[in-house]
Write a protein that binds this ligand. Structure first.
Ligand SMILES: NC(=O)c1ccc[n+]([C@@H]2O[C@H](COP(=O)([O-])OP(=O)(O)OC[C@H]3O[C@@H](n4cnc5c(N)ncnc54)[C@H](O)[C@@H]3O)[C@@H](O)[C@H]2O)c1
Ligand SMILES: [Zn+2]
Length: 369
C-alpha cells in the first residue's frame, strides 16, 4: 500500500502521498481551509501567497485568517491560461526577490490549476527549489493539478513545455470553494475525476453513477468523498511512478485526442476538461473499433459524461484526418503509428503501441456530431 488514509478528524480527511522523505499530507475539508498540518511547516517562515484577480477577492482573506501568525506578502496574477507564461513567472520571481524569500521560506498557491502550476514552477526554480504549499480552488486542481508535483508554464511552441517535477510540502483542499465555481469549470473537473474510474477504478464509476444527482448538485459530503478518492487514486499512481516512466502515463487517458481537439478549436472553444471528455469518448470508440474492448464501453463512457453536461462529440467542421495530424505532434509518433492510452474495459486502461492512423480516423468518425 503506497498511500494511506490517516483518519477522519471531525470534518477533515487526511491523506498522504508516500514518497519517502518527500512524502506530504493532503487535507480535505468541506468547510474551511484546515491548516492544522501546516503549523510545523510554516513555523518562523515568511511566505509569498500567489493567487489571481478572481480568486483573491473570494478566498484570500479566508485563507490568511486560517494561517498561523506569520509574515506574508501576496502576488496577484491576472486570470487566464494565456498568462501561464514566462512573463508572469518572472512577475512571481521578481516578487520573491523583492521580498527576499529564501530556502527557509515558502510559497503558497491559492487558485486553480494555472496558479498551482505557475507557483509550483516558481518554487521549483527560485534558489534551485523552495517549499510550496498547494491550496487548489477548482475541482480540476483539487482532483488533479495540485497533487503529484508536476509544475510548469506554457511556451509559444506548446503547453507546459517549460517545467519541473517539484512536490509540494502539503496540499490543503477546502471543497466549499467549488460553490463559486462556474458550472462549466465544475463539469471540466468532473471529466478528470471520471477519468480515474476508467483508468483502473471500475467501482468508482459505479459510485459516481449512484451519487450522480448529489454530485451534480454539489452536495458537500459527496463532493468531499469524491475528491478524497481522486487524490488517493492519483497518490497511488504518483507514489509508484513519480516521474512518469511507466504507469503514470495512464493518467493521460483521453489527453492525446483532447490536446488535438484543443488545438484544432483554437484553445478557446473547449475547456481542457471538456476536450478530455471528448478525448476519452474517442479512446473508448477506438478501443471498441480495435476489438480491445467489448461493445458497450463507448456507451458507458458517453452516458456518464453526459450526465454532467460534458460534450462527447466534435462538430462536423473538424475533420478526423486533421485531428490525427495534430495528434502526431502530441506524442512520439513513428511511421504514423501512435502510442495511445486505450481501454480493455471500464477500469482497464493500458498503453497500446503502434496504433494505425487509419483505425484512429475511423474511430474519430464515430464521434462527430
Ligand atoms: N500539474 C498537473 O499535474 C496538472 C494537471 C491537470 C491540469 N493542469 C493545468 O491546470 C490548468 C487548468 O486548471 P483549472 O481547470 O483549474 O483552470 P484555471 O486555473 O484557469 O481555473 C479556471 C477558472 O476558475 C477560476 N477560479 C478558480 N477557483 C475558483 C473558485 N473557487 N470560484 C470561482 N472561480 C474560480 C479561475 O480564476 C479561472 O478563471 C491548465 O493550465 C493545466 O495545464 C496541471
Ligand atoms: Zn488533464
Amino acid at each position: 500500500m503506497t498511500t494511506q488514509q490517516c483518519g477522519i478528524e471531525a470534518d477533515s480527511i487526511q491523506l498522504s502521498i508516500e514518497l519517502g522523505q518527500r512524502s506530504y499530507p493532503i487535507t480535505i475539508c468541506n468547510k474551511t481551509f484546515d491548516t492544522r498540518v501546516l503549523a510545523h511547516v510554516l513555523q518562523k517562515r515568511k511566505a509569498l501567497i500567489v493567487t489571481n484577480e478572481t480568486v483573491a477577492p473570494l478566498y484570500l482573506e479566508q485563507l490568511t485568517s486560517a494561517l498561523p501568525s506569520m509574515d506574508y506578502s501576496v502576488c496577484v496574477l491576472p486570470d487566464g491560461e494565456q498568462y501561464k507564461n514566462v512573463q508572469y513567472w518572472q512577475m512571481i520571481i521578481d516578487q520573491l526577490a523583492e521580498q527576499r524569500i529564501n530556502r527557509s521560506d515558502v510559497l503558497i498557491a491559492l487558485g486553480g490549476g494555472v496558479v498551482c502550476d505557475m507557483t509550483g514552477f516558481a518554487a521549483a526554480s527560485w534558489m534551485r527549489g523552495v517549499d510550496v504549499i498547494q491550496v487548489p480552488t477548482t475541482l480540476l486542481a483539487q482532483v488533479d493539478a495540485s497533487v503529484g508535483g508536476k509544475t510548469g508554464i506554457n511556451h509559444a511552441a506548446g503547453k507546459n513545455l517549460i517545467g519541473a517535477f517539484h512536490q509540494p510540502k502539503a496540499v490543503i483542499i477546502n471543497t466549499s470553494t467549488i460553490d463559486t465555481l462556474p458550472s462549466r469549470e465544475f463539469a471540466a473537473g468532473m471529466a478528470e475525476s471520471i477519468k480515474y474510474g476508467f483508468i483502473n477504478q471500475p467501482a468508482f464509476i459505479e459510485w459516481i453513477r449512484q451519487k450522480q444527482n448529489l454530485l451534480a448538485s454539489k452536495d458537500p459530503n459527496a463532493l468531499t468523498q469524491m475528491i478524497a478518492q481522486c487524490c488517493q487514486f492519483k497518490a497511488e499512481v504518483v507514489a509508484a511512478d513519480e516521474k512518469e516512466q511507466g504507469m503514470r502515463a495512464l493518467l493521460n487517458l483521453g489527453h492525446t485526442f483532447g490536446h488535438a481537439i484543443e488545438t484544432i478549436s483554437g484553445y478557446n472553444k473547449y475547456l481542457h476538461g471538456e476536450a478530455v471528455a471528448i478525448g476519452m469518448v474517442m479512446a473508448a470508440a477506438l478501443s471498441e473499433h480495435l476489438k480491445l474492448a467489448q461493445v458497450g464501453l463507448l456507451e458507458q463512457m458517453e452516458s456518464i459524461l453526459q450526465a454532467f453536461d460534458l460534450p462527447v462529440r466534435i462538430p462536423s467542421e473538424y475533420q478526423p484526418s486533421e485531428l490525427v495530424k495534430l495528434m502526431r505532434l502530441d506524442k512520439k509518433v513513428v511511421d504514423r503509428k501512435h502510442r495511445l492510452i486505450l481501454m480493455r474495459g471500464v477500469g482497464q486502461a493500458e498503453i497500446v503501441e503502434d496504433v494505425d492512423e487509419t483505425a484512429i480516423v475511423e474511430a474519430i468518425e464515430k464521434c462527430v456530431e
